[in-house]
Design a protein around this ligand. Sequence first.
Ligand code: ATP
Ligand code: MG
Length: 392
Amino acid sequence: MDRKLMIHFGELITKGKNRKNFVKQLEDNIKHALKSFNVTYDVSHDHIYISFLDKEKDAIISRLQDVSGIHAISEILVIDNKLETLQQVALEIAKDEKKKTFKIETRRLYKQYPLVSDVINRQIARVILQNTNMKVDVHNPELLLKIQIYEKEAFIFYKTYSGSGGYPLGVGAKSLLLLSGGIDSPVAAYHMLRRGMKLECIHFAAPPYTSQAVIDKLKELLSVLNKYQPQIKLHIIPFTKIQEAIYKEVPEPYCITIMRRAMFKIATKVARQIKARALVTGESLGQVASQTLESIDVINEVTNIPIIRPLATVDKIDIIKTAMHIGTYEISIIPYEDCCTIFTPRNPTTRPKLENCLEYEARIVNLDEMIDISVKEREIIIVKEQEESKFF
Ligand code: ATP
Ligand code: MG
């Protein structure tokens, strides 16, 4: 008897012609994620099978649960397909599990098998009923034993674990995420990565108002996200001069709007250079003054690149839940200075007007030039997964 893990593809199934590429990408991603484990693979049209060492099983499953594109992971027993063997193994599992009710659900994938599914179900159930105190419950069984019959073997599904769903990383184009040190943007990153989109990140730093501690915090956040994308590039934009100029020339209620317009202009230029096809932010509608629809409208006016806001309609409490789930929350809540928070005006406008923005921007001499310089003088760092990151 052989134990294996069977990978279910989930959403991939709908992908028709692209399916082959998706499966290949998922296979590569799984192999990368499990590179430090002692495993072997067997790839079929519908599934990937993984043979493993017993002592590594739990760690392998928890690693696989972070690989996007996996719908579920089943632990299966591979046995021969004789009825007696099926009866014997099913009985052993039933005895081990110590449940009160059960149901057997057989699928005969090899149609020439001499018994039909219903007969197999009844024959196995008979043995369990005779040798245990368990009863059959077809509607709500405590133990559901699924069996699949193939030409040369049979699978008994022992346990099934949920996967993260989504698409395999790398099947989508690249995007550029605006990463602050807060709770939201790492969660936005997670949502994009689960859709198979690779990310690079951009951060606006305003030293000496913001410190190196912020950059260290971002590195820490990215190293948590490395379990979804093993290598992430971070572009750090020197933003101090632009911010100082804005706060000198622009009436206070408009500072945040103008600052965010500058951020999006810079991010668009970087995105075009690195061939990213969209910007991504952690914005959530109504959360702060700059996230009203009126603000978003005038801020968007500076760019024609798509802007994806995965959290646009998500409540903060649910964003926090996801942040806890992926492991970024504890890092995000460490206090930090963001360029958005240190220059916070007392009364930011929630309904900025475009003509005002254009007028105030015209007051800042050399704004375009400063923007180009900040793009040119950006620092780039790469955060990679650690080799010893076998058990996250
Ligand atoms: P977060 O928790 O992600 O910081 P927030 O609720 O604090 O978000 P804002 O500070 O208004 O909201 O920022 C909204 C979005 O703008 C962030 O999610 C992020 O994508 C981007 N952003 C804000 N500050 C910066 C920064 N210094 N560098 C890069 N992006 C930023
Ligand atoms: Mg923030």
